[in-house]
Design a protein around this ligand. Sequence first.
Ligand SMILES: [Zn+2]
Length: 138
Amino acid sequence: MAHDLVPHPRYENPEPGCEVTVEGDITKQHATDVVYAYYDIYTDQLLTCRKCERKFYFFAKEQKYWYEELGFWVDARCVHCFECRLTMHKVKRLQKEYERLQKLKAPTQSEVKRFRVVAKTLIKIGCMKDKRKIDKLG
Ligand SMILES: [Zn+2]
């Protein structure tokens, strides 16, 4: 059932049997000599997310974007649904910010404030365990 699927903000989940097909441009795709597997056509693929285990579509248009616009290798696989990918990107950004703020020798008041927010968020989502680290600054 289409409504049980993880939604994607840019693409609409197809009805079963109505998966979309998009033509591939192999001149824009990147493959190693070992993995010679270009895409002549892309088709909406129904996959299971490795993290939340929900079903999601890896859309034909999304595949074309990955392999022809973003320059991903053709053997790169999509294993996480859009929502999990978004969460992971956010976490990565927060962790980077946390590291940057942690290294500041003389942080401003707003930087200290921001550091606490970032650290608290990371703890809340279970990506940082040591609460005492928050008090390190200020
Ligand atoms: Zn997921």
